[in-house]
Write a protein that binds this ligand. Structure first.
Ligand SMILES: C[S@@+](CC[C@H](N)C(=O)[O-])C[C@H]1O[C@@H](n2cnc3c(N)ncnc32)[C@H](O)[C@@H]1O
Length: 213
């Protein structure tokens, strides 16, 4: 992504929706506003189409979106400001640091949409559905908490289903062609582009075992 002109000024203009010291909110996110019923995260939100539309549809849910590329995050934050949303915040950081920002069992749901596939075996640990990341999610998710995963990449999807099963998650709503009978759910920026090109989209929800505990 090209470096944005005036990025600093543009980020400053979005100060109300950007959290610069997220570790200060660890364990206290829901106390930000009394109306928040649950905390949901999005990892790698990119330009934020999904983030902003999902947040607008669910005003009682607190959405926190992580994005490690500031030039993408600024576009997402600007969209949230334009929509006047009061339930979405952005963190400019890497998902590897999630445990520094979120307390154990603080999060109800994690969205991972069109993450980078890192196809080579030696790159496996960078995949956001690799065991290394799943163990991290297990710490911050509530029992029964869910990962909602979408990708256009079939090998990554099959790999992720295996990893969910091997790491204490139960997958449901599994489809390898989500929009076969018409558009379903909120699309991401990448998804809209892939769908226009006629590429099938894979999706599943994976729940962390242990809801009955
Ligand atoms: C292929 S893009 C998809 C963007 C968006 N989710 C969509 O579907 O339109 C992947 C995004 O994830 C971000 N990303 C990749 N790895 C990340 C990580 N470990 N932590 C935070 N963001 C990450 C990238 O910077 C990029 O913006």
């Amino acid at each position: 992504m090209r470096k944005k002109k005036n990025r600093r000024a543009r980020l400053e203009a979005c100060a109300d929706v950007i959290i610069n010291e997220p570790e200060k909110y660890r364990g206290k996110w829901l106390a930000l506003k009394p109306c928040f019923r649950e905390l949901q995260l999005e990892l790698g939100c990119g330009k934020g189409r999904f983030t902003v539309e999902t947040a607008a549809e669910n005003p009682e849910v607190l959405f926190v979106a992580l994005e490690r590329v500031p030039d993408a995050m600024v576009l997402a934050a600007e969209r949230a400001v334009e929509r006047g949303l009061g339930n979405v915040y952005f963190i400019s950081s890497d998902a590897q640091l999630l445990a520094e920002y979120f307390e154990e069992r603080e999060v109800s749901r994690i969205y991972i949409n069109f993450c980078d596939p890192w196809p080579a075996k030696r790159q496996e640990k960078r995949r956001l559905t690799s065991p290394r990341f799943l163990q991290l999610y297990k710490r911050i998710l509530k029992p029964g908490g869910e990962i909602h995963f979408k990708t256009d990449n079939l090998p990554l999807f099959e790999y992720s289903l295996e990893q969910f099963a091997e790491n204490g998650f139960v997958a449901s709503e599994v489809t390898r062609n989500l929009h076969k009978d018409g558009v379903r759910g909120v699309m991401t920026d990448y998804e809209a582009k892939f769908h226009e090109q006629g590429l099938p989209i894979c999706r599943c929800a994976a729940a962390l075992k242990g809801a009955e505990e």
